[in-house]
Design a protein around this ligand. Structure first.
Ligand SMILES: NC(=O)c1ccc[n+]([C@@H]2O[C@H](COP(=O)([O-])OP(=O)(O)OC[C@H]3O[C@@H](n4cnc5c(N)ncnc54)[C@H](OP(=O)(O)O)[C@@H]3O)[C@@H](O)[C@H]2O)c1
Length: 254
């Protein structure tokens, strides 16, 4: 593929994210607490999670590993960070969920497959085929973009994993109800899992300093900011005693 065609595709992908953002804010994604039978055929929640996240792991890895580029040493670090995140999200997280008997619409699974396929492709192709030693010499490990991005990535991952863990343990095995989460970053926001994930991928974008990584960060924001706002609204409606000072996504701000 010509480089110009590839970058046009990535710009187009970012443009789609920005275009649909106002629509996604109004559209409540029907899975988890917002799940709905109005969306047609349903699939087991856990199976749905595995299927929809798998392309992010496989497509990214395939395009990186079999790409025709130089595979500079630094890009192996980017590769390992991505794979580390997605091994948890695809192969560990779904089995930890206390989601017995719950279902999600197949439509959500198909949408997420498209999203993960595209982000996996653009990032895997860029790192496996286009990334050069000249852009990522070994000295890049001391570049401020590497050091800042790496730190933000792991801060985001810590917040995301801690929040996922707290949420999973709110239920006893077999339970499916909801309670008000406490502790950790839940003292500040309703959805630290989403806040951490957004931070993580913006950290990754700074670290890699590429257009495809930025595109993925933008898509993550477009996906998760509305979801956090909808969760926050749902908490306030479902629990009259919900802490009034708690924000939805960004501590003290939103
Ligand atoms: N990169 C991306 O674009 C992207 C997109 C989507 C998700 N993700 C990540 O995937 C993970 C899950 O996302 P999500 O939106 O499904 O998270 P979520 O709605 O907060 O749910 C996470 C898990 O915790 C349970 N849960 C949530 N709140 C609860 C409460 N108050 N009481 C008891 N149980 C509760 C949920 O049960 P129910 O399922 O029964 O509600 C679910 O099993 C997050 O880490 C998120 O960042 C990333």
């Amino acid at each position: 593929m010509k480089d110009s065609v590839f970058y046009l595709l990535v710009y187009g992908w970012i443009a789609i994210a920005l275009f649909i953002f106002p629509l996604v804010i109004r559209f409540i994604a029907p899975y988890g607490r917002h799940t709905s039978r109005k969306w047609g055929a349903m699939i087991d929640n856990r199976v749905g999670w595995i299927i929809m996240e798998l392309p992010a792991l496989l497509v990214f890895s395939g395009f990186y590993l079999f790409g025709s580029g130089d595979h500079p040493t630094v890009t192996w670090i980017f590769f390992l960070l991505w794979v580390f995140h997605y091994i948890n999200r695809t192969l560990i997280f779904p089995f930890r969920l206390r989601t017995k008997g719950k279902k999600m619409p197949l439509a959500i699974v198909f949408m997420a497959i498209g999203f993960n396929f595209m982000n996996g492709f653009i990032n895997g192709y860029y790192l496996g085929t286009l990334a050069t030693e000249a852009k990522y010499p070994i000295s890049y490990l001391l570049d401020p973009r590497f050091l800042t991005g790496f730190s933000i990535f792991f801060l985001g991952m810590f917040i995301n994993w801690q929040a996922d863990n707290i949420l999973i343990h709110l239920r006893k095995p077999g339970d499916t109800g909801y309670v008000i989460p406490q502790n950790g970053f839940f003292s500040f926001v309703s959805c630290p899992n989403h806040f951490g994930e957004i931070l993580e991928w913006f950290g990754f974008a700074i670290l890699v300093w590429s257009l495809p990584a930025l595109a993925f960060a933008v898509w993550t924001l477009v996906n998760l900011m509305p979801r956090a706002l909808h969760h926050h609204q749902w908490y306030k409606q479902s629990f009259p005693e919900y802490p009034p000072e708690r924000k939805a996504l960004l501590p003290f701000i939103l």
